[in-house]
Each structure stands twice: as C-alpha cells, then as structure tokens.
Ligand binder design. Structure first.
Ligand code: PMP
Ligand code: GLU
Length: 402
C-alpha cells in the first residue's frame, strides 16, 4: 500500500516528536549504543504500591468488564473530590469524564467541538500535540510566539491580538511543558479579562503538571481566579505525571455538562471506556494516600537544582530556572554557528540535537518541536547519576565545538 490511500488528515500531522525521540533512543540502545535519555517527559518512578494493590484487587474481584463510558461512578466521585481537595474547584459527577490519558481527552474535546476552518490558539513553546490534534480535526492552530524575557508566558495583549471570529479554543498549560512556566494570579486575571470580552471562545486549561512546582511557585487554575469562565473552560488533568502512571493511560476532564456529554458520546464510539483496571487504580491514586506526590516533588526539586547547576557551567547554554513540570528549556543560541570536530556547522537546534546524540550519546528534543527555537528540552525525570553523566557528556560535546 502507498501513502496515497491515507487520509489528508493523517498526512497533515507528524508523529509526536517526544515519542519519536524516545523511540530513537530505544532503537539505538538495541543496537548496543549507551545513550543517556533526556527526551521523554515521564516520571522514572514506579507507580506507588497502594495504587498497584488497588489494581490487583480490581482484577481479582471481577472489575474486568466494560464500565460506563465516562468512567465508573467511583472514579468520577474520586475526581470530583480530588478537584475540591487539591484545587478548590467544585464539579458534579456529570461534569467530569475519564479517558485513556490526557492526550485522549484533549483529542476528544477538540473532535467534539471543532469544525473545518476553526482556529485553536496555542502559545509557544507548546506541548507538541496541541497543534497536530487541532489539525487532525481540520482546524488551524494559531501559534502565538513565545518570549523568554517574560518567562515564556502568554500575555493579555498577545492573546487579544490572536483572537479572530474563527477562534474556537485557546489552550493554556500551567505548569507548562516544555518551558516550566507557572502562571500566577495576576497573570491569569489578565488573561481572564481578555477572555471575558470574547464569550464565544472555549478555554482549555491543561494542568497535568499541577503537583510539580518549585520554590515559591503555586499552581492555580484560571477557574480559581475567574469563576465566571467555568461555564466554558475544560480542565484537563490525569494520573500520568502526579502519580507516576504514564503507562496506565488514565486522564480526565472537568467542564461544562454539554461538552462533557459530547466527549463521553465520542468515547462511546471510539475506546468505549478507559481500562477498568486503570480506573480502579486511579481511584486509589486520587482518593488514597497523597504522600508519594510530596516525596516525588522533593526528588524533582533536587534533580532540577542539579541539572541547572551542571548546565550553567556549559558555555553557549542559558537556562531559565523552570517554575514547574520536569523540564529545562535551554537556550542554545550561543552554540549556533559553531563547527563540529568533523567540520559541520551547527545551524539549528535540530542539528545540535543530532550532534549531541551522535557525538555525545545524549538524547534531547529540539525547541523546533515545541514551536520555539533555538532551544533544547531536557527532561530531569531521571536519577541524579543519570543527570550528572548526561550533563557531563553535553559539556564535553559542547567543548569540542569551535
Ligand atoms: N499535557 C501535557 C502538557 C503533557 O506533557 C502530557 C504528557 N504527554 C499530556 C498532556 C498527556 O499525558 P497523558 O496522555 O499521559 O495523560
Ligand atoms: N508529555 C510527554 C513529553 O512531552 C510524553 C510524550 C508525548 O505525549 O508526546 O515528553
């Protein structure tokens, strides 16, 4: 079969660059290469024991059937209570839906609302999947360029300028992947004032990194500061990051009843429901002991510090300390135009990534994937030993650039 039989929709998108970068590491390791992997954004921790126990009991007690499309009542109840406990946000059972990962929820939310030609406003640097999920649904992603000098944050003026009569969604992501930006109350209030002037706009608030914030940063949702926007905001979150459960594929959304019902209808025709076992596990995650989160945050805090220290010694790299998530988005403009030992000129962040992988045996993702160059994204969801060794390799490879 050739690609002519594929849909225009699928031909319009790329495989997820972070997944692709990780897949390349797996392939190179299978060939015997010793690669340090700073690509993928996933906790290296195992899922906490009490969550495993809940999944095991579910399996043995017959929780092995289809569930209701939007998630079991027990899971929706746990999500509702979690939102009240952690976020001071109050939703009913019919205002939340569980899906097979946050990505699945985002896909279904956009598929449930977008018509051809609609615009989805995304601020760079952005998580890789937003623009392609918009494209898959025949919408146009409208990218607002980012600005490192204001901490990579979307401003009210920039948002106002990007809104057109075709705008359907604006996607906010705090804490942000890849920049680590965390929006404070004043910044969210300023965005809310703009959104109030455009009542046709839906707001997606991706809060999947809420638990990982550093120093004096605090996670807030736009709905915390602008209760009136609750009627058209979809909060997206999940178990993947906070509870080290990426492989369980369990995400959720909270929002207006009509939208939640539309997402559920779509799920009933696509995946039916999330895995019953993962749902049982997620009940234990959201409703059970929360101390593993604090422990993981403590470990990430040390790793963030270590990676920042090590990278700050490398000439040509500049890092803004991330306020949240588990990535460093390093500015590499100081390395562009340099020449590798075999005479190749590094013209872009993508070429730098290739050089570091080839010569330094360390894998990163280029800023190009996140809509903002020249940067490298480095995940610090790895042990201190791996961070030390990876940074040592980057330093050594960079030293050889002339
Ligand atoms: N949003 C952001 C910003 C992410 O980084 C991720 C991680 N892939 C997701 C959503 C989706 O995560 P998952 O599908 O594992 O819930
Ligand atoms: N969110 C993770 C990352 O950005 C997982 C990969 C993906 O979903 O594309 O690396």
């Amino acid at each position: 079969m050739n690609t002519e039989l594929l849909s225009a929709r699928v031909l319009s998108i790329q495989p997820s660059p972070s997944m692709a970068a990780n897949a390349l590491v797996v392939e190179l390791r299978a060939q015997g290469r010793d690669i340090i992997n700073f690509t993928i954004g996933e906790p290296d921790f195992d899922t906490p024991e009490h969550i495993l126990q809940a999944a095991s009991s579910a399996m043995h007690n017959g929780d092995t059937h289809y569930t209701s499309t939007s998630g079991t009542p027990a899971l929706r109840q746990a999500i509702v209570r979690k939102l009240a406990r952690d976020n001071d946000l109050h939703y009913g059972l019919d205002e939340v839906v569980a899906g097979s990962g946050g990505k699945h929820i985002i896909y279904h939310a956009l598929a449930a609302t977008l018509n051809a030609g609609d615009e989805v406003i995304v601020h760079a640097p952005y998580w890789v999947s937003y623009p392609d999920i918009a494209r898959l649904n025949e919408a146009t992603p409208v990218i607002i360029p980012g600005d490192e000098s204001n901490g990579f944050k979307l401003t009210a003026e920039e948002l106002e300028r990007a809104i057109t009569p075709r705008s359907k969604w604006v996607i906010l992501n705090t804490p942000n992947n890849p920049s680590g930006a965390v929006y404070d109350r004043a910044e969210l209030l300023a965005l809310a004032a703009v959104l109030r002037r455009h009542p046709q706009l839906l707001v997606m608030s991706d809060e999947i990194y809420e638990h990982f914030v550093y120093e004096d940063a605090r996670h807030l949702s736009i709905v915390n500061v602008a209760e009136d926007l609750k009627a058209r905001t979809l909060i997206v979150n999940g178990a993947s990051k906070g509870y080290a459960m990426t492989g369980w594929r369990l995400g959720f959304a909270a929002g207006p009843r009509v939208l939640i019902a539309a997402i559920s209808k779509l799920i009933s025709q696509t995946t039916t429901c999330p895995s019953s076992i993962s749902q049982a596990a997620a009940v234990a995650a959201f409703a059970g002991d929360q101390t593993p989160i604090a422990e993981m945050r403590e470990v990430y805090t040390q790793r963030r510090q270590r990676m920042l220290e090590q990278l700050s010694d490398i000439k040509g790299l500049r890092c803004l300390p991330p306020q949240g998530a588990f990535y460093i988005y390093a500015n590499v403009s100081g390395l562009l135009g340099t020449v590798t030992p075999d005479g190749q000129r590094i013209e872009s962040d993508t070429e730098l990534v290739a050089y570091l992988l080839q010569e330094g045996n360390v894998a990163t993702v280029s800023g190009d994937a996140y809509g903002m160059s020249p940067y490298l994204r480095l995940s610090f969801a790895s042990s201190l030993e791996v961070i030390d060794e990876g940074c040592r390799r980057i330093a050594q490879a960079c030293q050889q650039l002339r």
